[in-house]
Design a binder for this molecule. Structure first.
Ligand SMILES: Nc1ncnc2c1ncn2[C@@H]1O[C@H](COP(=O)(O)OP(=O)(O)O)[C@@H](O)[C@H]1O
Ligand SMILES: [Mg+2]
Length: 288
């Protein structure tokens, strides 16, 4: 059974005011255990609004949302419980750190959730390991950490609640490539340990294509493309119409394919691209 099912969602801001604006037009999406869904779309396409719809922070004007088959807007549904199960990390989550130690910040949600104190410690240590921070960080002030470390602490604070659906809005915005990789690897590790589903909004086609198993591309409140990264990135023209690019790996292969039709352009991951280029070089050598 799917964890989350979104059916024909419509949402407008500023309802019944002169500023009314429909930002989600007709969105349907199913999220299953172990999915790693990448959400792409230019600024203003509705990505962050969709996330808020997913965990019940915004109520759609039309359409329905089911969590494990239950309509989350039916009377009596426990929305607080849902927000522990569908955990969201918003853009720049480090802005929400406020406790005097890393440990207290990560524990904040656990306390809210009513997790007994004796269980908190081991959960905190586990997530700290997943995000790649040493235990010595627990007593440090979050405000004395680097930007990347702060981001990891914030991420740990969301993961520690063990959401079954973990949603992240631009989790690596502003991070250097090394920290970006560490953050994505920690998401993969979290998923491997919990069989959760992960939804990531990203501007980087390279990052998203490296990690996502499915992609949705939003444009002006509609999902215009969906499928595996290979399927979505085979639509170069449509992506360009949406002001989106294919990953640099795919465009390099497309350029090579203009000279050599045997080049496989249906590749987007870094290592696969590397292997294809090595294959081509070997072919060239064997001709010489
Ligand atoms: N709180 C709000 N009130 C009014 N309009 C909003 C609000 N939040 C977002 N919008 C508008 O809704 C549209 C979609 O925004 P958003 O979901 O943030 O898109 P994205 O995350 O893809 O950039 C944009 O035009 C944005 O200006
Ligand atoms: Mg956004």
């Amino acid at each position: 059974m799917n964890l989350l099912k979104i059916e024909n969602i419509q949402y407008s801001y500023g309802k019944n005011t002169p500023f009314e604006k429909e930002v989600l037009k007709n969105i349907s999406l199913e999220v299953n255990a172990n999915d790693f869904i990448g959400v792409i779309g230019h600024t203003g396409s509705g990505k962050s609004t969709l996330i808020k719809i997913c965990n019940g922070l915004l109520k759609p004007d039309k359409g329905q949302i089911f969590y494990k088959g239950e309509n989350i807007w039916k009377k009596g549904f426990d929305l607080k419980h849902l927000r522990f199960k569908v955990g969201v990390s918003f853009q720049y989550p480090e802005h929400q750190l406020f406790c005097e130690t890393v440990k207290k910040d990560i524990a904040y949600g656990l306390v809210n959730k009513g997790v007994p104190e004796e269980e908190q410690e081991s959960k905190i240590r586990q997530v700290l390991k997943i995000v790649g921070l040493q235990e010595s960080y627990l007593e440090k002030s979050p405000f004395k950490l680097s930007g990347g470390e702060m981001r990891k602490v914030a991420l740990a604070g969301t993961m520690v609640l063990e959401p079954e659906v973990l949603i992240l809005d631009e989790p690596t915005a502003g991070l250097d490539p090394k920290t970006t990789k560490q953050v994505y690897e920690s998401l993969k590790e979290y998923q491997a340990k919990t069989s959760s589903s992960i939804i990531v909004v990203s501007h980087s086609m390279e990052d998203i294509s490296e990690y996502a198993t499915r992609l949705i591309a939003l444009d002006d409140g509609n999902i215009l493309l969906r499928g595996t990264p290979a399927q979505v990135f085979s639509n170069t023209e449509r992506l360009n119409d949406m002001s989106l690019d294919v990953p640099i790996t795919t465009s390099i292969l497309s350029m090579l394919a203009q000279k050599n039709p045997s080049v496989n352009t249906n590749i987007y991951r870094y290592n696969d691209t590397k292997a294809e280029i090595i294959r081509l070089l070997k072919d060239v050598k064997s001709i010489e």
